[in-house]
Design a protein around this ligand. Structure first.
Ligand code: 5GP
Length: 222
């Protein structure tokens, strides 16, 4: 199990963290997630299952597990999903097994899920989760990004924009909010949150033992 080391080389065991990113489509969440995953060896992406059609350039098993509605419903009803939601008229859900494995190994898991999914995980596993909402600097910027991405039909973009206002209102329920005006700055803020969350005492299961060993050594030396 890889545990983050202190600068002294001391490794304090801890539980894995569920790091949830949410935002309306086009706020830059996927780009931020990619940057974080590419540069952080202890962070793993939870790949969701969805009934949405595959977009150009998307890869099965990397971006999503694309599936039919009946197969999704079988997985959902069989308890194979940690959370699930209907987003923009498609079903999305988080496969449970990989997440449970990574967390048990002390690895951190990144989730790109909507507010409905975040809420379900917060209720089920409140101690293991940190939630971050990414806001666009303006609705004009959001629309411009969706159009520029060119991956969705105009009617799909229109629907996503209509839904965005309601999603944005949910941001107040998150632990953190980042306004993504400039991606490098947003990435730095996201990294700062991840670093701080990893250091939370409650997550660091090996901390009492480490503190005891320091205290014992201190008393011996006194
Ligand atoms: P997109 O279709 O643009 O990939 O994703 C649409 C929305 O669904 C995004 O807000 C994304 O975060 C959310 N989403 C993706 N996977 C899941 C999931 O497994 N569960 C939930 N609740 N939302 C998801």
């Amino acid at each position: 199990m890889s545990q983050p080391m202190l600068k002294t080389g001391v490794s304090i065991p801890r539980r894995g963290l569920m790091f949830v990113l949410s935002s309306p489509s086009g706020a830059g969440k996927t780009s931020l997630a990619k940057r974080l995953l590419a540069s952080d060896g202890n962070l793993f992406l939870s790949v969701s299952m969805t009934t949405r059609p595959k977009r150009e350039g998307e890869v099965e098993g990397r971006d999503y597990y694309f599936t039919s509605r009946p197969s999704f419903e079988i997985a959902r009803d069989g308890g194979e999903l940690l959370e699930h939601a209907d987003v923009h008229d498609n079903l999305y859900g988080t496969p449970r097994a990989p997440v449970e494995k990574w967390l048990a190994e002390g690895r951190d898991v990144l989730f790109d899920i909507d507010w409905q999914g975040a809420k379900q995980i917060v209720s089920a596993m409140p101690r293991d989760i940190a939630t971050v909402f990414i806001l666009p600097p303006s609705m004009e910027a959001l629309e411009a990004r969706l159009v520029k991405r060119g991956k969705d039909a105009p009617e799909v973009i229109a629907r996503r924009l209509r839904n965005a206002a309601a999603e944005i209102e949910r941001s107040v329920d998150y632990d953190y909010v980042i306004v993504n005006e400039e991606i490098d700055a947003a990435e730095e803020e996201l990294r700062a949150i991840l670093s701080a969350e990893r250091l939370r005492c409650a997550r660091r299961t090996g901390l009492p033992q480490f503190v005891d060993s320091l205290a014992a050594a201190g008393k011996e030396g006194a």
